[in-house]
Design a protein around this ligand. Structure first.
Ligand code: IPM
Ligand code: MN
Length: 351
């Protein structure tokens, strides 16, 4: 297969972890006779420095015309400590999600047999966890009206949802649940928020189209608790943008490391694949960051192109590296810590 993949390394550890995913994909291409053309493009602080804009039009053209986008990380501390900055790297990510129409963010949470005891949560609670949080990605409070009032002391952000935005996300959730254990949980704050009541009403109206799916409705505060108390109680969760942002960081604790969790963002055309972790600026350039979340994001990319064997092969070598202790310092636990690049080389060679 000929694949044209946009490569957005971004900031911080982004370029380092992306390099390892590229090594792994190239090894897969050789093994399965694919032809991958990588199209590097600028985003985030790197793009602000080069052209003054975190998601330049040229980058959008490259992404929009690709078969898939592989993305590293975005963000720079220089902006975090400067609330007055007009242009921020994160705006690039939001603009990209919006312009590419990536309305659904798929964030799976699962455990790795060899890492169960790395999680601060007890083994019997988490072993065998396999859930997916489907986060709405182009609406809600991230994209609602925001601003400051003239009094100089008031700021506001608005959480707005339209029925079609909820429907298209919920449809993906129902379809995913049908392929899995037929359980769907709609997470909201319908006891307080009007937009959440629209979520419930909309999802309830769709239940009749999927009679086999058992749907539950839970409040986000309670889910924040239950998710780490008994994650095995969940299968597919659908939720609004901000709730999903928070719950997916929380859920990453189940797997034992934020450095392991991949994600995909899908819409109607091209999809994007990225680790759920951030740009980890303290580690940038040191060759110590865990590349596995990015490598596993590449596995999701192959899976979505129906290249299932390729995806399974990547997951197999990742599991092997974990079992054999070919891991970066976050997982080394007193044992030998391998460099980011060494882990990438090992994975590529083991395919
Ligand atoms: C994520 C990140 C982003 C988000 C930031 C960097 C804008 O935290 O992908 O979860 O909040 O969506
Ligand atoms: Mn986040």
């Amino acid at each position: 297969m000929n694949l044209n993949i946009a490569l957005l390394a971004g900031d911080g550890i982004g370029p380092e972890v992306i390099d390892q995913a590229v090594k792994v994909c190239n090894a897969i291409a050789v093994k399965y006779h694919h032809d991958i053309t990588w199209q590097p493009a600028l985003t985030g602080a790197a793009a602000i420095d080069a052209v003054g804009e975190p998601y330049p039009d040229e980058t959008h053209e490259i992404c929009a015309n690709s078969d898939a986008v592989l993305f590293g990380a975005i963000g720079h501390p220089r902006f975090d400590n400067d609330p007055s900055a007009k242009v921020r790297p994160e705006q690039g990510l939001l603009k990209m999600r919006q312009k590419l129409g990536l309305f659904a963010n798929v964030r799976p949470t699962f455990t790795f047999p060899s890492l169960i005891d790395k999680s601060p949560l007890k083994r019997d609670r988490i072993e065998g966890t396999d859930l997916i949080i489907l986060r709405e990605l182009t609406g809600g409070v991230y994209f609602g009206e925001r601003g400051r009032k003239d009094d100089g002391h008031t700021a506001f952000d608005t959480m707005t949802y339209q029925r079609f935005e909820i429907e298209r996300l919920a449809k993906k959730g129902f379809e995913m649940a049908m392929k899995r254990s037929k359980k769907l949980c709609c997470v909201d704050k319908a006891n307080v928020l009007e937009s959440s009541r629209l979520w419930r009403e909309t999802v309830q109206a769709m239940e009749k189209d999927y009679p086999e799916v058992e749907v539950s409705y839970e409040f986000v505060d309670a889910v924040a608790m239950r998710l780490i108390q008994w994650p095995k109680g969940y299968d597919v969760i659908i939720t609004a943008n901000l709730f999903g942002d928070i719950l997916t960081d929380e859920a990453s604790v189940i797997s034992g490391s934020m450095g392991l969790m991949p994600s995909s963002s899908v819409g109607s055309k091209v999809s994007l694949y990225e680790p759920i972790h951030g740009s980890y600026p303290q580690a940038a350039g040191k060759d110590i960051a865990n590349p596995l979340a990015t490598v596993l994001s590449a596995a999701m990319l192959f899976e979505d192109l129906d290249l299932t064997q390729e995806a399974d092969d990547i997951r197999r070598v990742v599991n092997k590296s974990l079992a054999e202790g070919i891991v970066t310092e976050d997982l080394a636990d007193g044992g030998k810590a391998y460099k980011t690049s060494e882990v990438g080389d090992w994975l590529a060679k083991s395919l």
